[in-house]
Design a protein around this ligand. Structure first.
Ligand code: IMP
Ligand code: MG
Length: 180
């Protein structure tokens, strides 16, 4: 285990199993359709790669990036598109793929922007959900894990751009980000 990690929340095996289940659920729910999966970079890149391979449908993929926490651990409340989707989503069944749903700010603003582009449907698939911290009325349609209020890293998730490459999800030691 990495020395900055307090404990492992989800092991590689647990992640693999849960992502397989989410993929199977999406495959069943979207039978006969060709959804577009839109990954919110950068945190969701590993989840996206595994999730798409667990879906047995003619899916397409796209990517976007929005302003993030920067180097802190709290959401700023303002969301800015840094990189937009490459293709039109008009008339498409859109699944937004997120790493973690926290205050809900990011998805609240993103949903408004994407709805205006008139997709046939929009759903949210998030690997993790921290409902305790929600300040916006956002509910994900697919949730990998509901987690307590702790700052987690690994499997794509960062703190100050580090730890994304850890193969598990771990709770970061508060001393690393100046907590107690
Ligand atoms: P929200 O806008 O507060 O819902 O925050 C969503 C974004 O904040 C996520 O997509 C993550 O990039 C980041 N984030 C929130 N909680 C964590 C965490 O525990 N670890 C790493 N990133 C996080
Ligand atoms: Mg992040």
């Amino acid at each position: 285990m990495h020395e900055h990690v307090e404990s492992i929340l989800y092991s590689e095996e647990q992640l693999r199993q849960r992502v397989k289940e989410l993929g199977a659920q999406i495959t069943a729910d979207y039978a006969g359709k060709e959804p577009v999966l839109a990954s919110v970079l950068r945190g969701s890149y590993i989840f996206m790669a595994d999730l798409t391979r667990a879906i047995d449908l003619p899916v397409t993929v796209d990517f976007m990036a929005v302003s993030s926490y920067g180097t802190g651990t709290k959401s700023s409340g303002q969301v800015e598109i840094k990189k937009d989707l490459s293709d039109s989503i008009e008339g498409r069944d859109l699944i937004i793929v997120e790493d973690i749903l926290d205050s809900g700010n990011t998805l609240y603003y993103l949903m408004e922007i994407l709805k205006a582009r008139k997709p046939a449907s929009i759903r949210i698939c998030t690997l993790m959900d921290k409902p305790e911290r929600r300040t916006q009325p956002i509910v994900a349609d697919y949730v990998g894990f509901t987690i307590p209020d702790a700052f987690v890293v690994g499997y794509g998730l960062d703190y100050s751009e580090k730890y994304r490459n850890l193969p598990y999800v771990g709770i970061l030691k508060p001393s690393v980000y100046g907590g107690e």
